[in-house]
Design a protein around this ligand. Structure first.
Ligand code: NAP
Length: 221
């Protein structure tokens, strides 16, 4: 297994924290980032308590967290995403940037994919052109990731991107969550389909009072 140095931008939120827990538990080196180093510290304390010695995560402001990382997980809300990525573009140069950002809206009829001109992942690629962007981990629920250390082996991680090397990184990192390689779902533009699919899952969760996920059939063993 390749061990990656991973920075989580937005690591104080449930999704960043929970994926950090999984990555660190699988042996990767993880630093949680936040706009406030103090909030990152609080989140890191929670993750480290949960890891109970099976890994340890660090904490810093977002910009500092990126230093020394070879992989960056972007786990911030779509609102504010463009400004944040633009502000970090210089620090993101040369890194694999994995976006799990879902541009979603909610109204009285439930969740829906926002009508956006480009996916969040494509937006990140445009705003941080010296990073190599992939989309992945959109469909895993933070509560499921956080609930236990058991592998979510009934779910698949769908990965899209235009660079095969960067995609291979996310495909390998998926093992920390599902125990299996992620699934190569195609080009980065397919993030336009993957991101809003999360609205369907949230809707199913509401209807069935569950935490649904995605599993692809027909793959070779
Ligand atoms: N939650 C889930 O189950 C889940 C599942 C799949 C995908 N996702 C996606 O993962 C991303 C993160 O989800 P989340 O639930 O963890 O989100 P969140 O709690 O709303 O936000 C995560 C962190 O982002 C930072 N942040 C908030 N607003 C920001 C802004 N305007 N600019 C820069 N940073 C900001 C905050 O950290 P600081 O204030 O400390 O900087 C916050 O703790 C979202 O795009 C979501 O669609 C979430």
């Amino acid at each position: 297994m390749t061990t990656y140095k991973i920075a989580v931008v937005g690591g104080s939120g449930p999704q960043g924290k929970a994926l950090a827990y999984r990555f660190a538990g699988a042996g990767h080196t993880v630093t949680l980032g936040s706009r406030s180093a103090e909030r990152a510290e609080v989140a890191a304390e929670a993750v480290n308590a949960k890891l109970a010695g099976n890994g340890v995560v660090g904490a810093a402001d977002n910009g500092t967290a990126l230093q020394g990382a070879d992989v960056v997980l972007l786990a911030v809300p779509y609102e504010g995403h463009a400004e944040l990525v633009a502000s970090l573009a210089g620090n993101l140069a040369g890194k694999v940037l994995i976006s799990c950002v879902n541009p979603l809206g909610f109204d009285k009829r439930g969740p829906y994919g926002l009508d956006v001109a480009e996916s969040a992942a494509e937006e990140a690629a445009r705003l941080a052109p010296a990073a190599t962007v992939v989309g992945a981990f959109h469909h895993l629920s933070a509560p499921n990731l956080w609930a236990s250390a058991d592998l979510l082996d009934h779910e698949d991680v769908l990965v899209c991107g235009d660079d095969s090397g960067a995609k291979a990184v996310a495909i390998e990192l998926a093992k920390a969550v599902t125990g299996r390689d992620g699934v190569d779902a195609g080009a980065l533009r397919l993030a336009r389909q993957l991101e809003p699919l999360t609205a369907v899952l949230i809707s199913i969760n509401k209807a069935y009072k569950t935490r649904s996920g995605v599993r692809i059939s027909g793959l070779p063993e």
